[in-house]
Design a protein around this ligand. Structure first.
Ligand SMILES: Cc1cc2nc3c(=O)[nH]c(=O)nc-3n(C[C@H](O)[C@H](O)[C@H](O)COP(=O)(O)OP(=O)(O)OC[C@H]3O[C@@H](n4cnc5c(N)ncnc54)[C@H](O)[C@@H]3O)c2cc1C
Length: 84
């Protein structure tokens, strides 16, 4: 396998990478997605092994891993709405 086998290489499989890849794949492009497999060691161990809907209804600690202990999950600052 060489990079010539792909039209686009996307580094990172977070929401940004996935939302970039999806329309490219839908459009017939050959996409290679690379990720070094970063693990969230701080919050991942806190998430109970339940479905998202169960967690939302029942876990009184859900704010910790949904927002972050220091609210790092909340994008403070300038927010822009794209216009077509
Ligand atoms: C504790 C916490 C809770 C959050 N809760 C929510 C929430 O409830 N709802 C919500 O909408 N948002 C939430 N967020 C925000 C959300 O996680 C981010 O906005 C989103 O993940 C950003 O997406 P991204 O694709 O830009 O980056 P990321 O999701 O960080 O993805 C980047 C990817 O690139 C990979 N990568 C980085 N460098 C390299 C490299 N050199 N080589 C290969 N791969 C690499 C990483 O492994 C990672 O997978 C939360 C954030 C935190 C920290």
């Amino acid at each position: 396998m060489t990079t010539d086998s792909f039209d686009v290489i996307i580094v990172g499989s977070g929401p940004g990478g996935v939302n970039s890849a999806a329309p490219l794949v839908d459009g017939g492009k050959r996409v290679l997605m690379l990720d070094f497999g970063n693990e969230d060691r701080r919050y991942a161990p806190l998430i109970p092994k339940e479905s998202f809907s169960t967690l939302r209804r029942t876990d009184p600690q859900q704010h910790r891993y949904l927002l972050g202990d220091e609210f790092e999950g909340v994008p403070f600052g300038h927010v822009r709405v794209a216009r077509s």
